[in-house]
Structure formats: C-alpha cells, structure tokens
Design a protein around this ligand. Structure first.
Ligand code: BES
Ligand code: MN
Ligand code: ZN
Length: 506
C-alpha cells in the first residue's frame, strides 16, 4: 500500500473514503471531525447524542455521504479517553479503521493524522504511528490461497491530509520511519507464517542472505562441518534427526562511526523451523503452530533489516541457529549428553526442550565474536504462555541497565513485556547427576529454568532473554496484529538499537 502526505482540506479529498476520529465522551466534535459532521448535516453528533457512538477505543461509526462529500463513506474511529491517548492507541486505531474500510470495499482512503491534534502527539510521531498501524493492520499472508472475493479487496492508497504546510516535512519523515518499521516486521511475519516444508533452515538462510545483500550487510552461514569444528554439540544434537542440514546464520551491520569503539549489539534468535518435539514427540493437536518456532530468528533478522534501513549509527550482529527438531533413526534420545561449544555438558532429558540447546551454542558463539550486549529472542517455553498469556513477552536479565533499556524500547513500541526473576535457587532444578546441567527443570517455573540454562552461556556479557512463546502468533485479529504471526519484538529491538546509537561503550 502507498502512504502519502498531502496539503489538502479533508472535505475536498476525492478517494473512496475518509477516516476521522473521536475521543470518548466528547459530545460536540470539533476540528476535522466537526467539519465532517457539518458536511454530513450533523450525522456524527446525532449518533453521539443517541449514544449509538461514544468514541470508545476501536468503536466505529460508518456513514454514507450521499453526495454531500466527494467520498462515498466516512468512518469515525473511537480513540478512547483523551488522557489515555498514546502512540500505541494511534497504531491500533489506524489499523482497525483501515481493516474495516477495506472490508467495506474502499481502495483509496484519506485520513487525518490521528493524535496530532487534540491528542497532543508530535506530528512525526503521530504520522509514524498511523503508518505503522495501517501497514501492519492490513497485512495478510495470502500467497497460498486462490484469490477469493474477500482477498481481492485491497486498500491500495492511504493519504494523510493536513492543511498546515509547515507540518508536511515532519509528517513525511514519520511516514518514512513508520514504513521501515512495518516492513521489517512484515519481513519477519512472512517467514513465521510460511509452512515448514517451504521455510527450511536453508530457505531461512536464503531469505536472510537476500535481505543482507540488498542492504550491503555482511552475511555468512556456519555449516555442519563448521559447527563440528567449533564443538557445537548441542546445536548438532538437535539437528541430527532432520534430513535438512542446519545453518547458523550470521548477519552483521556496521553503522557506528568510530572504529569498533561503541557498543556492539548481539541479537540471537531461536530458529527451529519446525518443532515436533523430536523423540519426546508433542501431541498432534496444535502441532502445526510449531512451524512458527523460528519466530525469534525471524525477529532478529527483521530487526537488523530495520536498523540498517534507518542507518542507525550502531554496530549490530544478528545470529540465528536454524534447524528442525524431528524424530528419526538418527535423532537424539532422552538421556543423551551433549558437549556445548563452551565446553559445558548438558544432559538431554527431554528432546522437546531443544530451543535452549541450540541457543546455548549460539550465545557462546555471539560472545566469541565480541558483542558487548546480548539480547536473545525465542519461542522458548509453554510455561511462559501459562504465566503471561499472549499479552506480554517474558523478559529475563543478568544486567539492570540493559533490562532498563529493553523496557524503554518495549514501551516506545507498544510491545509489552514483563520481567521474571533469575534467582540462584532456580538453578538447583537443572542440576544433573551425569552432566554439568540438564535441559529441563521439572514442572515448576518452567520459563525461568529455561532462562537459567541460557544464563550459563553468556558469561559476564550484559544479556536479556525474551520469551515470545505467547506473543509471536495471534489467535485472532487484534489492533495492528491480524491473526497469525505478529512479528513480535522486531520494533522493540529497533528501538533498543536506536537507544544505543551514539552511546559510548561502557
Ligand atoms: N517451542 C516450544 C515452546 C512453545 C510452546 C512455543 C508453545 C510456542 C507455543 C519449546 O521448544 C518446547 O517444546 N518447550 C517445552 C519444554 C518442556 C519440554 C520443558 C514446553 O514448553 O513444553
Ligand atoms: Mn520443543
Ligand atoms: Zn521449540
């Protein structure tokens, strides 16, 4: 979809439909909404008076103009209470409004910049949020469906209408940034939605390579032989059950001005292209969703794409250990003991706890190549879904300052997270009789014991672990996340890198 900014009066817009908004509790609409109300002979204020429309968040009022305006329809979208208005509400209101208008058959839509007026949000921030919400909310993964009547409905153009010429360049800057962030997220979503027969480890690597070469980033993969040479027994153990060769994908972006002086951010993402559980096989119900077990890997690749397109002055390396987890005659067994790149051994009690195994070696590798700060993203545990549902990502840290930065980034992007503890006592649960540790810690605190295992492989490097098992896929359309892959944490990681940009090494 094309998004543009135009100096124009709302009422003279000649596309298919217009979007205006209303804060909850406003009795007499003012500004652009007031102007639309007048043009429509008081239809909006009448609906408010009759309490048919209150302006609650995501509430909609669709009106036909009957020739009173050049457009066919006007949609009023509720923004909720004015004092609660923020950029994330703007994103989701923009998404809900445009999805509704697409359903109503609109192709070309004009919109006011939600939040920039009475919402009190700075112009570029508001236009960025409207753009992010629009592109993310209209996203569909339709490549395997014959075009249905519904699928053919496409909203192809969004025009942000603004009368004040002095605001145009700020608005355009917001649109530019919003598009980069949305496209980075969509890059990740497309990979997560792709079925595992199409998105093999090699295909994941091929998409990373294509992205990297398009942006001038360095790209390499470690092959099975390289992993053997480096002693990555944990990653190789998971991979040995699959016919598809594993790949360790490494993409680097050098944006910092000084030579190697600033921070170097390492982003590690779990890349299990299908998780059957292995010999500890999962129940078949719902197993198809395990095609998305590489969402962490997709998130870090999406993030580095966004970071590079924004040309942020910071060095970033994205690392994705990619493999399938399948049962077969060559698969690893419960009871097997694997030796990691770090030299530490792990007893594999349950082959379905494979994410922490491949991440153990990938985190060691990241520390080896010299990153100064580490964030990993992984669909790691069902226990995290039990604890936080699909509302918040679970976060864990060995460093307060990095956790604070990640929290700040999460708030700016509207991707909620919640910190869980890493007390020493939890480490007891993963002590093994035969190896340095075991890969499961019993039923209690499963998200935490998984994170405790990872902590053994980051040394003293400041590290944050993000468990996106509950947030990487949406069960139904919600705001700017349509059903399916959400692209969770892509925008948070870009915001984190933005925070690092220009900061001194500590
Ligand atoms: N990929 C799963 C975790 C998961 C569960 C992601 C649900 C998304 C939705 C992970 O590899 C896994 O199987 N974890 C096991 C660990 C257990 C065996 C200790 C789990 O959480 O059940
Ligand atoms: Mn598993
Ligand atoms: Zn998994």
């Amino acid at each position: 979809m094309e998004v543009k900014v135009k100096v124009q009066d709302l009422l003279s817009y000649e596309g298919d439909a217009l979007v205006v908004n209303l804060f909850e509790g406003v009795k007499q609409p003012g500004g652009a909404t007031g102007a639309a109300d007048k043009a429509l002979a008081g239809a909006i204020s009448a609906a408010i008076r009759r309490q048919e429309f209150r302006g609650k968040l995501h509430e909609r009022l669709l009106l036909y103009t009957f020739g009173r305006l050049p457009v066919l329809q006007v949609l009023v979208i509720g923004l909720g209470k004015q004092e609660e208005c923020g950029v994330d509400r703007i994103r989701s209101a923009s998404a809900e409004a445009l999805r509704h208008l697409r359903q109503a058959g609109a192709r070309r839509v004009g919109s006011i910049v939600h939040g920039a007026g009475a919402g009190g949000i700075e112009a570029s921030q508001a236009s960025r949020a409207v753009t992010e919400g629009a592109l993310l909310g209209l996203y569909r993964f339709g490549k395997y469906r014959r075009a249905s009547e519904d699928g053919e409905r496409a909203l192809t153009q969004l025009t942000l209408l603004e009368r004040d010429r002095s605001k145009i360049s700020s608005l355009e800057e917001g649109v530019r940034v919003g598009r980069i962030l949305a496209e980075a997220t969509i890059f990740a979503r497309d990979m997560v939605n792709e079925p595992a027969n199409a998105l093999t480890p090699s295909e994941l690597a091929a998409r990373a390579k294509k992205m990297a070469s398009g942006l001038g980033l360095t790209f390499k993969t470690l092959e099975r032989a390289d992993m053997k040479r480096l002693g990555m027994g944990a990653l190789l153990g998971v991979a040995q059950g699959s016919e598809h060769p594993p790949k360790l994908i490494v993409v680097s972006y050098r944006g910092a001005k000084g030579k190697g002086k600033g921070p170097r951010l390492g982003l590690v993402g779990k890349g299990i292209t299908f998780d059957s559980g292995g010999i500890s096989i999962k129940p078949s119900e719902g197993m198809e969703s395990m095609k998305g077990d590489m969402a962490g890997g997709a998130a870090v690749l999406g993030a580095i794409k966004g970071i590079a397109e924004l040309r942020l002055p910071v060095d970033v390396t994205a690392i994705v250990p990619a493999t399938e987890n399948l049962p077969s005659g060559t698969a690893q067994r419960p009871g097997d003991i694997v030796k990691t790149m770090s030299g530490k051994t792990i007893e594999v009690i349950n082959t379905d706890a494979e994410g922490r195994l491949i991440l153990a070696d990938a985190l060691s590798y990241a520390c080896d190549v010299g990153v100064t700060h580490l964030v990993d993203v992984a669909t790691l545990t069902g226990a995290c879904v039990v604890a936080l549902g699909s509302v918040r990502t679970g976060a864990f840290a060995n460093d307060r300052e990095l956790m604070r930065r990640v929290q700040e980034a999460s708030e700016a992007s509207g991707e909620k997270l919640w910190e869980l503890p890493l007390d020493d006592e939890y480490g007891e649960q993963i002590k093994s009789d035969y190896a340095d540790m075991k890969n499961v810690g019993g039923r209690k605190a499963g998200a935490i014991t998984a994170a405790k295992l990872l902590a053994n492989f980051v040394g003293k490097t400041p590290w944050v672990h993000l468990d996106i098992a509950g947030t990487s896929q949406a069960e139904k359309d919600h705001g700017y996340c349509p059903k399916g892959a959400t692209g969770a944490m892509v925008r948070t990681l870009v915001a984190l890198a933005t925070g690092f940009a220009g900061s001194k090494r500590k």
